[in-house]
Design a protein around this ligand. Structure first.
Ligand code: SAM
Length: 473
């Protein structure tokens, strides 16, 4: 029985409800009247139900699809402006006891080098990341209660936050580790994590169990209910995602929207962000073995529909995707991206030759962070290293309230300008710096915040030039 308020996986991600929704969407994919009705609701920019969103995803009418893309771009502009928040993943350990068939870290893979960073090695990674200009990280780890217990993750968080190298600092650490207990989520919350990230991989229970044949991750309900436990433990910023390619995309999209609805219904706050990873080639993994791969056009449609259905939810794209693909998706709804990433354990301080590499998957966008920053500005985007909301306690419901009133610009835009300025002063190449200075000048001219805020930002920019750091609104 479908019940978005329930805390039981099979009730808030009801298989029957998904199948009925998919049938409804197929039946109505050319129903102009209904699609117009959904689009006019979507134009209020307050989101859609999973059923409405599924109809838009299936819509086959060319001119309506054009409207869908235009609306996604408009919503993106209204809620997120031209800002793009940057982060990097930090792989702590690839020891893993699970048997996930799409992931090279799976337990049976005997030829991938297994590594776990010591605290000293973590310091080196963090210094390398700070020297690139990063302020926000997402830590990643395999699941292994002996090698990577929660105490190891907590100690690592402490180490990461403690490293202060030159003007560098990691000001927000998001955590992408396997589903765990309320007690452990409480510990992560107390350690000051930013967002808790967990990809569902696939919402289809049967497929899920087949693709996770062994290990604790095999338990579909425990994995699917993880965000409920995280919320119960006080973590109010959680980030969802599916690994596109494992299951039919229409199924995953509908379930993802239902998961977002569930969090809103059960906790009064939807997901902070949604990631859209696609399966990639990796050691021991051939993506063509999974027959649900999606092409770039379908991927773009998914991103546009997520943007329309959940306007208040950030959307994240990683370096799994190419420069061209990232450029296309930025317009349609992406608000955060990784840059200069390494997916191997220890890869920032000590890059390994391919034969000894422990990389989780192949990266498509291999450009250094500085090039990504320059490219973003050339495209008219304002790169942001901002971490202010989390540090000012604007998380969960408080963040969503600000976002829903479209006041987020008042904080985010000044903060983006200030943190970009820090980046330009401390880490940018000559070319990026010179472009960045012009970019900031232009952004200051068109800044929509009141005169008081504008003056304060201008003052902070001068202080940054004189060596002061870490201002925020
Ligand atoms: N081990 C943790 C867990 O069980 O959720 C999360 C960390 S894992 C390093 C992060 C994510 O990488 C996984 O959730 C999965 O979606 C993704 N991933 C695994 N194999 C991949 C592949 N071959 N291509 C792309 N992404 C992959």
């Amino acid at each position: 029985m479908y019940n978005p308020k329930s805390h039981k996986a099979e009730e808030f991600i009801s298989h029957e409800e998904i199948l009925e929704t998919l049938e409804y969407a197929q039946k109505n994919k050319n129903n102009v009247e209904l699609i117009d009705k959904i689009l006019s609701k979507a134009k209020q920019k307050k989101g859609l139900t999973h059923r409405e969103a599924a109809v838009l995803l299936d819509c086959e009418i060319e001119e309506k699809n054009k409207e869908i893309y235009e609306l996604a771009m408009e919503i993106k502009q209204d809620y997120y402006g031209n800002r793009i928040v940057l982060f990097a993943p930090l792989y702590l350990s690839n020891y893993c006891v699970n048997g996930c068939v799409y992931c090279p870290y799976h337990h049976q893979n005997k030829h991938i080098p297994r590594r776990k960073l010591t605290q000293e090695e973590i310091k080196n990674e963090v210094i390398a990341l700070q020297d690139m200009g990063h302020k926000r990280l997402a830590i990643e780890s395999g699941e292994d209660p002996v090698n990577n217990p929660i105490e190891y993750i907590l100690e690592s968080l402490k180490t990461i936050y403690s490293v202060k190298h030159k003007n560098g600092a990691i000001r927000r650490v998001n955590v992408n580790i396997a589903a765990t207990s309320v007690e452990n989520y409480k510990k992560l919350h107390e350690a000051g994590i930013g967002t808790y990230v967990l990809f569902q991989e696939t919402y289809n229970k049967e497929t899920y169990e087949r693709l996770h044949p062994t290990g604790p991750k095999h338990n579909y309900a425990y994995h699917t209910e993880a965000m409920d436990r995280a919320m119960e433990a006080g973590i109010d910023d959680v980030s969802l995602g599916v690994l596109f390619g494992l299951e039919l995309y229409r199924y995953e999209f509908t379930a993802l929207m239902m998961h977002a609805e569930h969090l809103e219904a059960a906790f009064g706050v939807g997901p902070h962000a949604i990631s859209v990873p696609r399966i990639k080639k990796a050691d021991d993994i051939d993506p063509s073995a999974f027959d649900n791969g999606i092409d770039d056009d379908t991927f773009a449609k998914i991103v546009a529909c997520i943007r329309i259905a959940t306007p208040y939810t950030g959307m994240i794209i990683s370096t799994r995707e190419s420069e061209a693909c990232r450029e296309r998706l930025l317009k349609l709804g992406i608000s955060q991206m990784s840059g200069g990433s390494k997916t191997s354990v220890g890869g920032y301080f000590n890059p390994m030759p391919d034969s000894e590499d422990s990389a989780q998957f192949d990266i498509s966008d291999r450009r250094p962070l500085d090039e990504v920053i320059k490219w973003l500005m050339e495209l008219g985007y304002l790169p942001s290293f901002c971490t202010a909301c989390y540090r000012a306690g604007r998380t969960g419901e408080r963040f969503m309230d600000v976002c829903k009133q479209q006041q987020i610009h008042n904080f985010c835009h000044p903060n983006a300008i200030i943190t970009l300025k820090e980046y330009l002063e401390d880490y940018a190449s000559e070319q990026t710096k010179s472009l960045g200075e012009k970019f900031i000048k232009h952004e200051m001219e068109i800044l929509e915040s009141g005169e008081k805020i504008k003056a304060a930002v201008a003052e902070d920019l001068v202080k940054i030039e004189h060596g002061e750091r870490d201002f925020r609104f």
